[in-house]
Ligand binder design. Sequence first.
Ligand code: 6PG
Length: 269
Amino acid sequence: MAEPVTDGENPFAGRLFVVPSAEELARAAAGRIWGIVRERAALLARGGKPALGIHVALSGGETPRRTYEVLSAEPYRARFPWERVHFHQVDERWLPPEDPLSNLRLLRETLLSRAPVPEANVHFVDTGLPDPEEGARRYEESLRAVFPDPPGGFPRFDAVVLGIGKDGHTASLFPGRPETAAGGAWAVATAGGKPPVPRVTLTLPVLSAAAQVVFLVSGGEKARALRGVLSGDPALPASRVTPARGKVTFLADEPAASLVIRKGRAGRR
Ligand code: 6PG
């Protein structure tokens, strides 16, 4: 994975990892996901629980497409413990699963159908239900079956992969929307994006309960949002993913990080 920028030009060293291009971002991100899963598997093995599931929640959107393709190809394909990794959706647009904008479609095309993922390990938002409210309710119910009675009241995903929108949204938590403050719910119905569509999303407390949160940020159009999020602007939902017992990492390409680090010195490998 990319090296942190330690030469004093990255004020977010240790949290922000920068690579030159979108392709290198995808490779760094796949490596990071693999690393988290491998460490978790080793920890469970040492704890005498080698068969326990490992839970990863994945975002949709465009940025992670290549990451998922890299993860489902060699060398990861042969090494990844597919049988025991459970994949969940961070959020979904309320569209049929065959729609080009469906996040499930993206996950299936780039990862779930390419790697030997057992169907029972795929946990998705069912957009065939009557409405997003019902979709959120049923998605939360299915999560509660996987994470019964979690300490702290929220499930602890081993890894959550997030993106950042130009407006600072993350998952389907958009600036100024009431769901961003959803109390005890794990999943809620919402709407947003361009074009705006109804959606179902995990809530902030769920994202913040994760053991590892990995943000993927690519392209110059995200530079302002990334700067705002790293500086903790509370108006941006992505800033509010703050795991108390977990770790947040930002993986960015140089264009996305252009407003927070000096150009040309960014975390070369
Ligand atoms: C979605 C996502 C969303 C995404 C950001 C960034 O359904 O849109 O899960 O939260 O991560 O919008 O999207 P891009 O990667 O497409 O810029």
